[in-house]
Ligand binder design. Structure first.
Ligand code: HEC
Ligand code: HEC
Ligand code: HEC
Ligand code: HEC
Ligand code: HEC
Ligand code: HEC
Length: 447
């Protein structure tokens, strides 16, 4: 009888400690999530700091239109960082410098020559049109205190991790939680082992070294609660990996995978009006449209290391976007502080979204160039996509339907005039669809 009582109290202790650990792990997770939920968008516009007679708000505007192309407040760009420049030089000197720095340098001004030589002798644009009051305003802006770190991201913490995971809790958190549960289980097993040993020796039973191992197993199997927890754990992790597998394979309409860099077509092709051809130039001339190399990105991004405040949306903060550009820098090995390549690169593996079966032949230039079909007809309003996705079903029916109803553009196309005459006689029509041109022949699309 005594034995059984002892055993019961131990099991109770085990239950208790397991429950305790589980609740601890849950509450620590809840704490992680809590600040995110309660975070309110911080006030972006810091109050203008008291400064020597300029208006920092106006200054910011003038700075953004004239100087931001080469200067940042806190980091080196083409020109040096400008925060606090009002304290560094006399005002009169700054007026002269901004109005025409090369004149100042030519005049032999020692300070000007020094600045020029310290910055690789890159000439700065002259701004004779700016009044001294304008420059005062700029100086006032540069004399503002740097915004405290937590105030900088606008509604920032809402963005789930830097993994660009738009689907809620990031994968890392889930994996972490699973690992934690696993660790708890292991600790539990060790505890059970120790307790059983102690029970045995308390009862004066000699523990043969092999026996406890078997009895741990038995204790585990008997303890239905532990078994239940482990089964749930196995099922959850199984489901997680199966889901991941299907997401990878499931090439389907609206398929929209998470890319290694959150690259937004809305911002590039939409707001900034960059032509599709700038990056997908191969679509006009070849079979594939191609994904641009990172060098193409750096044509612009040597100078664009952060997005403007107005680009941030409720869903994605400025802080989030800036971190994505930092990923680009890391991948191409760009050191933005010193404005040079470090030579350390790592490839970015874009996840392919559109993927026809290998037995189908599709050619971009045939459609874009010869047939004059707009990218958007097949890919949807790409310029509005924050995250790229597959718009069309890419089924055989989809191709064939379009071939049936799309007329081929014959005008001004010498290659077609002769065929056009022959075929229109054959079909007794004036206009020809892609289907009548042979666009329904199996061999045209199938190897
Ligand atoms: C075309 C690029 C460019 C533009 C635009 C530009 N700067 Fe510059 N600026 C430079 C460069 C480069 C230097 C470093 C000196 C040199 O090499 O000439 C510099 C240096 C300066 C300096 C000296 C900074 C120091 O710490 O020594 C001041 C002040 C300055 N710029 C103010 C301005 C202001 C104000 C504007 C806007 C009205 C402006 N710059 C626009 C390129 C530019
Ligand atoms: C500044 C460069 C750039 C411009 C401009 C651009 N794209 Fe892209 N595009 C990319 C990059 C990088 C990717 C790969 C990452 C992704 O899928 O978001 C991509 C992916 C795509 C994809 C999916 C490719 C796949 O994996 O199947 C399509 C379709 C596409 N772009 C169409 C367009 C269209 C249409 C336009 C013009 C409205 C356009 N792009 C403009 C850079 C660009
Ligand atoms: C023709 C110029 C240009 C090219 C080429 C270009 N970008 Fe950008 N990119 C911009 C501009 C401008 C912004 C900032 C927009 C703003 O502040 O509103 C930007 C913003 C971004 C951002 C932050 C916003 C977002 O989309 O998540 C990322 C990340 C980015 N670019 C990555 C890339 C990558 C990767 C490539 C190459 C495939 C590329 N860019 C090519 C001009 C360009
Ligand atoms: C007639 C429909 C159609 C038009 C028009 C079209 N595409 Fe595509 N696009 C496709 C199909 C189908 C695929 C999948 C091809 C594959 O998997 O081999 C694709 C794939 C892509 C890809 C993925 C990478 C690659 O090279 O295959 C990009 C990027 C792309 N298109 C960009 C564009 C751009 C940019 C334009 C306009 C200049 C355009 N597409 C016009 C149907 C079209
Ligand atoms: C938006 C309408 C549209 C869609 C969708 C479309 N096509 Fe086409 N396709 C055309 C037109 C128009 C032509 C005629 C181009 C020409 O003048 O040769 C054409 C021509 C072709 C040709 C050449 C036919 C010939 O006579 O030489 C092939 C091959 C082809 N398409 C394959 C495909 C495949 C594969 C798909 C689906 C993945 C597809 N197309 C989807 C409009 C479309
Ligand atoms: C305009 C292009 C086009 C033409 C013409 C065409 N196919 Fe297809 N076919 C496709 C595409 C695209 C797929 C891939 C569909 C998918 O993956 O869902 C396909 C898939 C198939 C499949 C695989 C079954 C399936 O749905 O995945 C068969 C079989 C097939 N085609 C037979 C034919 C035959 C027979 C003809 C001639 C009568 C023909 N195709 C003409 C584009 C075409």
């Amino acid at each position: 009888m005594k034995k059984v009582g002892y055993h019961n109290s131990i099991t109770r202790k085990l239950y208790l400690s397991l429950a305790l650990m589980l609740s601890l792990s849950l509450s620590s997770y809840a704490q992680e999530a809590a600040p995110a939920a309660t975070a309110t968008p911080a006030d972006a516009t810091a109050a203008p700091a008291a400064s020597s007679g300029g208006d920092a708000v106006k200054g910011k505007e003038i700075f953004n239109t004239n100087c931001a192309a080469c200067h940042k407040l806190d980091a080196k760009a083409t020109g040096p960082a400008l925060r606090g420049v009002g304290a560094k030089y006399e005002k009169a000197w700054i007026y002269k410098w901004v109005h025409n720095s090369s004149d100042l340098i030519k005049s032999g001004d020692a300070q000007a020559v020094k600045v020029f030589e310290a910055n690789n002798k890159i000439p700065m644009t002259a701004f004779p049109q700016l009044s001294e009051a304008d420059i005062d305003n700029i100086i006032a802006y540069t004399m503002e205190e740097k915004a405290a770190a937590p105030a900088a991201p606008v509604g920032g913490e809402k963005v789930p991790g830097t993994d660009a995971n738009t689907g809620g809790i990031s994968n890392n958190v889930i994996l972490g939680a699973l690992c934690l549960v696993m660790a708890i289980l292991i600790v539990m097993l060790v505890l059970v082992n120790n307790v059983l040993r102690k029970v045995a020796s308390a009862n004066g039973i000699d523990v043969v070294l092999k026996e406890p191992k078997i009895s741990i197993w038995k204790a585990f199997v008997k303890n239905q609660f532990l078994v239940l927890v482990s089964v749930i754990f196995l099922m959850l992790s199984g489901a997680y990996f199966v889901y991941g597998y299907f997401m990878q394979v499931g090439v389907d309409q609206d398929y929209s995978p998470i890319q290694p860099i959150h690259y937004s077509h809305r911002i590039h092709a939409g707001s900034n009006g960059i032509n599709c051809n700038y990056c997908h130039s191969a679509a006009r001339v070849g079979k594939s449209a191609g994904i641009p190399s990172l060098n193409v990105c750096m044509n612009c991004h040597k100078n664009i290391s952060e997005v403007s405040d107005t680009t941030a949306t409720a869903e994605y903060s400025k802080d989030f976007y800036d971190k994505e550009i930092a990923k680009l820098y890391k991948a191409v090995g760009w050191d933005k502080d010193n404005q040079k390549y470090t030579g350390k690169t790592e490839p970015v593996k874009w996840v392919r979204i559109h993927n026809l079966q290998s037995f189908v032949y599709f050619n971009h230039s045939q459609h874009v160039n010869v047939a004059g079909v707009e990218c958007q007809t097949c890919h949807g309003p790409v310029q509005t996509y924050e995250v790229q996705k597959q718009f069309a079903p890419l089924t055989m029916k989809w191709c064939v339907d379009c071939h049936r109803k799309t007329e081929v553009k014959m005008e001004g196309n010498e290659y077609y005039t002769k065929i056009h005459e022959q075929l229109s006689k054959k079909y007794g029509v004036d206009k020809l669809t892609a289907a009548q041109m042979g666009g329904l022949e199996c061999g045209k699309c199938h190897y």
